[in-house]
Design a protein around this ligand. Structure first.
Ligand code: F6R
Length: 613
């Protein structure tokens, strides 16, 4: 959500900032801006509404400055206007800042600053920071930033420059990701590694309460001690980005979403690589080693995630209850923290998130930590807040997901939750033979997922038949109930067509009132323990002239007699069917949105990684 790039080095900053922003645009894309310095002058200053990709001419603007900051925005405080776009500056245009996050006490700070004579031109919380730094700016930029940050409450990843000190950049972080890309003749500050991968793979993650002061040749990172408020210099480890440039590019696909759906089989492969232990009918999860004994004592679980990740949790709930025998419940982050949750002493939380930066999920995680309960993560992004703050966790290894709508990351989450189910099950009553059966089926999933993808032309043809419909219903039961929710979310998200998901059994409790020849239903009905019940639900729909597209198990010819269209998926264990049944739904949403000409990778009003509550 929003993206930051800052450059300080020996090369012209603008083209580097520009291509960094292009790569970050998936995190927010309603407006953007740059500030480049050349010696004591502002060399290039620009803010625009809209997407940076619609303003490519700016890349070639005349600018030779070698220090600069840039930002792509997803509006939170203040409308989408040029004035509200970053960078923001102080009254004297001596402090320029880009910011991700939210300054929660900005209103009171602004009131005081206005009383002191500061003039504001935007509605944003970020501009307050610029003026606050100005207030403390007495010839030492980093000191002014430190003093200003002492007054703010909230979250921030910031980069600050000043034409008065053109060879310096100050960056700081509190609960909003920020890293420094380290190269032989330059440093690049960014909120996301994809912004810097074309120039360097060597990075340093900033931690909360840390501040970095960068010059073209050097940088110093210091941390404020919470108790004493004093600052101490930190030595940080340089890490290497594991994934390569190709993974952050479209590689010939029209959209990232399609590329990522096509990666779903390899996502499963990556999630299970080296983790299946056939002899022991078990899985090896290195991330759980340190808490192995505590996990044995866990008596109940709560699974928490938002949006698509929450639907993965819901599937996980069915898996864990049925196969690990652990009482499990699922909640969304934004609700969990306001509940008076009652936990037994040995309860544990599993937090599921692609980005590991979703504010609502993190808030729920912190809430559970405060209660002294064990917290576990299922996270994709290495080094994210969630990955650092959970007691233990398992990475999904899904690689960078750039399209705003989550697809392959969901597959990675489901696969990882299946592995965790085997792990916790084998610690309890699950027999070796059952452990073996599940991991054997898991090992076949990449091939089966590929089989589903190979039917993509049929799915595209079916989309063509339904493209004029304005409302869709999705139904499923048990393991595939959350998949109905995911299918509906994906369709509305990328095509802006109204879609709703319900448990099949709930249809007659209300939604059936809306079913007629104008509202087709996608029914997820593999041949499993609830198949007969699903058929009853489909018949209820057919009796009201509703059209039905079924997702059914290969070989089920009978279903063709009842429904209008069928998409087949191969047979697998019931608990694993969601991993296959969701693939056609991802493809359906993609082709639907593409046929309508939507901006698939960057749906309106949305952004990747929701770092605000
Ligand atoms: C939907 C989607 C969102 C995310 C949600 C959580 O396609 O992408 O619903 O799943 O915002 O994000 P993470 O997984 O990063 O916590």
């Amino acid at each position: 959500m929003c993206g930051i790039v800052g450059y300080i080095g020996k090369n012209p900053a603008l083209p580097i900032l520009f291509s960094g922003l292009e790569r970050l645009e998936y995190r927010g894309y309603d407006s953007f801006g740059f500030c480049v310095l050349n010696n004591n002058k502002i060399d290039f200053l620009c803010k625009e509404k809209g997407k940076i990709s619609d303003h490519c001419h700016l890349r070639d603007s005349k600018s030779v400055g070698t220090v600069g900051i840039a930002h792509t925005r997803w509006a939170t405080t203040g409308l989408v206007t040029k004035e509200n776009a970053h960078p923001h500056c102080d009254c004297k245009e001596e402090i320029f800042i880009v910011h991700n996050g939210i300054i929660e006490n900005y209103k009171i700070l602004k009131e005081n600053l206005v009383k002191e004579g500061h003039k504001f031109i935007s509605e944003t919380d970020t501009e307050v920071l610029a003026h606050l730094i100005e207030k403390y700016f007495e010839g030492n930029l980093e000191q002014a930033v430190k003093l200003a940050l002492r007054e703010v409450r909230g979250t921030y990843g910031i980069a600050v420059v000043s034409p008065k000190y053109p060879n310096k950049m100050v960056a700081a972080r509190m609960s909003s990701p920020l890293l420094i890309g380290v190269n032989s003749d330059e440093f690049i500050v960014a909120s996301d590694p994809s912004a810097i991968i074309t120039r360097t793979r060597q990075i340093i993650h900033l931690d909360d309460d840390e501040i970095a002061v960068l010059t073209p040749d050097n940088f110093v990172i210091s941390k404020q001690e919470r108790e004493s408020s004093s600052w101490s210099v930190r030595t940080k480890k340089i890490e290497t980005i594991e994934w390569n440039l190709e993974e952050a590019e479209k590689s010939g696909y029209k959209h990232f979403m399609m590329k990522e759906i096509m990666q779903e089989p390899s996502t499963i492969e990556d999630a299970i690589r080296g983790r299946l232990y056939f002899e022991g009918g078990n899985v090896k999860l290195g991330g759980f080693e340190n808490v192995e004994d505590r996990l044995r004592d866990v008596s109940s679980l709560v699974l928490i995630g938002c949006g698509t990740a929450n639907y993965a949790c819901k599937v996980g709930e069915y898996m864990l209850e049925e196969y690990a025998g652990i009482p499990t419940e699922t909640d969304i982050g934004s609700e969990f923290r306001y509940r008076k949750s009652l936990f037994s002493k040995n309860a544990a939380g599993i937090f599921v998130s692609q980005s590991g930066e979703t504010a609502d999920t993190l808030a729920a995680l912190r809430e559970m930590k405060e209660k002294g309960l064990l917290t576990l993560g299922v996270t994709n992004v290495v080094g994210s807040n969630q990955a650092r703050e959970t007691d233990a966790g398992v990475y999904t290894r899904s690689g960078p997901e750039i399209a705003v709508a989550s697809t392959k990351a969901f597959i990675g989450q489901l696969t990882t939750l299946a592995l965790i189910t085997v792990y916790l099950g084998r610690q309890r009553e699950m027999a070796l033979v059952m452990g073996n059966r599940i991991i054997d089926e898991i090992s076949k999933l990449p091939e089966l997922a590929q089989e589903v993808l190979d039917t993509k032309e049929d799915i595209k043809r079916i989309v063509g038949k339904y493209i004029d419909y304005k409302d869709f219903w999705y139904i499923g039961r048990k393991y595939n109930y959350p998949i109905a929710l995911e299918g509906a979310l994906k369709l509305k998200e990328v095509s802006y067509v109204h879609a709703e998901g319900t448990a099949g059994g709930e249809l007659k409790h209300g939604p059936l009132a809306l079913i007629d020849e104008n509202c087709p239903t996608i029914a997820i009905c593999p041949s499993d323990s609830v198949y007969e019940k699903m058929i009853s639900n489909i018949e209820e729909i057919k009796a009201r002239n509703g059209k039905v597209i079924a997702i059914a198990t290969k070989g089920n010819e009978d279903i063709k007699k009842i429904v209008d269209d069928v998409i087949y998926i191969p047979k697998t264990l019931e608990m694993l069917t969601p991993i296959l049944s969701v693939i056609p739904l991802h493809l359906f949403s993609y082709y639907f949105a593409d046929a309508l000409g939507k901006d698939i990778d960057k749906p309106k009003n949305l952004a990747k990684s929701v770092t605000v509550e």
